[in-house]
Structures are given as C-alpha cells and as structure tokens.
Design a protein around this ligand. Sequence first.
Ligand SMILES: [Zn+2]
Length: 119
Amino acid sequence: MTDDKIEQEIAMATDDAWPDGSELSKGYALGAEARKPTALLDWSLHVDCPQCFLGNNLANCLHDTENSIAGHIFTHAWDKLEGWEVKCEGCGHEFEIDRVEYDGAYRIGKAASRRRVGP
Ligand SMILES: [Zn+2]
C-alpha cells in the first residue's frame, strides 16, 4: 500500500468519526439510553477430588442438578454445604466437602494455575 493510499484510508476512516454532529456521534447520542450495559454474573465453586485431584466445579449442572448448591451459596447459607456429597466427574470417587470458603486468589488467577479443570 502506497503512502497516498494509506492517507486516503485514514481520511476515510476518520471522516465524521468523532466531530460533534457527525453521523457516528449522533448514533452514540441517540443510543445513549439503550447503552446501559447488562452486568453478567458468572460463578463457580471448585473442589479438587481427593483421589484423582481433578478440579470439580460444583456450580456445574452435573453436580448441582436441583440448583440446591446455588441456592445455598446465594442465600449465604454456606454452612449447609458442610459435608455435601460430591461424586467426582472424572473418576467417580464419592467424597464430602468439609466447608466452603471464598477464594479471592482464584479470581486473580493465582489458584487457577494449580487447578485442573474438569471436562
Ligand atoms: Zn476424581
């Protein structure tokens, strides 16, 4: 691409892109009410299988078939998950969890690097 061609492309790309009254800025102004973003909640509850060490996500529908786990988590009744029975999705080993703790490190990826994630 020649320098003239590049300058032409830049001019086309920037024409009416941001100045007040441009088509693009009008579009943004008109859409301002509709542009309230939706906040998306994503959650997980990880426990490593004591037999094969696979990370099981208890928020997964494979484990939380009746949404009971989600119910206890979101109503702050974490103590109701003490002794909760889990069947490892990898090896089928059945075990109970001791308790639920918030793992802030997981959110910033420190713990994630030492976890294997199930299928
Ligand atoms: Zn396992």
